[in-house]
Write a protein that binds this ligand. Structure first.
Ligand SMILES: Cc1cc2nc3c(=O)[nH]c(=O)nc-3n(C[C@H](O)[C@H](O)[C@H](O)COP(=O)(O)O)c2cc1C
Length: 139
């Protein structure tokens, strides 16, 4: 569709192709934290949750914030991890089900920075770290 054509609300529900990616609709679901993954592992209920969104026409799903591999990245052990075999196996099942239902999905990667309260689980001994400290660690 060119910019010169009038866009109708019904176009939202039509497939949309950008480069090599074709979405079943123009509807994109934003990241929305849920914290339903005990020990950071997304289980069958999480896969079913994302699958329902794809089944009901969402073209592209951005997952809830998922925790990167750093001890101060999160403050809540039920927020899903995006590292480790068990958590990644759980995500693989989420992806499989979303694709089966015609949707596409990608993860939001998350580090809480200095918003993390000191002493938070699952690594209470880890000091909270903001972006400057993290950049120094990387360098
Ligand atoms: C329950 C809930 C959880 C959310 N969790 C996240 C999150 O994990 N990461 C994020 O970037 N935004 C999160 N958001 C913000 C949403 O992505 C945001 O509300 C959405 O993009 C719509 O933007 P608006 O609220 O400015 O209209 C959350 C919003 C809600 C309502």
């Amino acid at each position: 569709m060119s910019n010169h054509q009038q866009i109708q609300a019904t176009d939202l529900f039509q497939p949309y192709t950008i480069h090599h990616l074709t979405l079943q609709s123009r509807i994109v679901m934003p990241a929305m934290g849920r914290a339903f993954s005990p020990n950071g592992v997304p289980g069958p209920d999480v896969a079913a949750y994302y699958r329902r969104r794809a089944e009901n026409g969402v073209g592209l799903i951005v997952t809830e914030g998922t925790v990167i591999n750093h001890p101060a990245a999160t403050s809540e052990p039920r927020v899903p991890l995006f590292y480790g075999e068990e958590a990644l196996d759980g995500w693989a099942e989420v992806v499989r089900q979303v694709h089966e239902a015609g949707g596409k999905i990608f993860p939001q990667l998350w580090h809480m920075g200095m918003a993390r309260p000191a002493g938070s689980q699952p690594y209470p001994e880890a000091p909270s770290m903001g972006h400057q400290a993290l950049i120094w660690k990387v360098i």
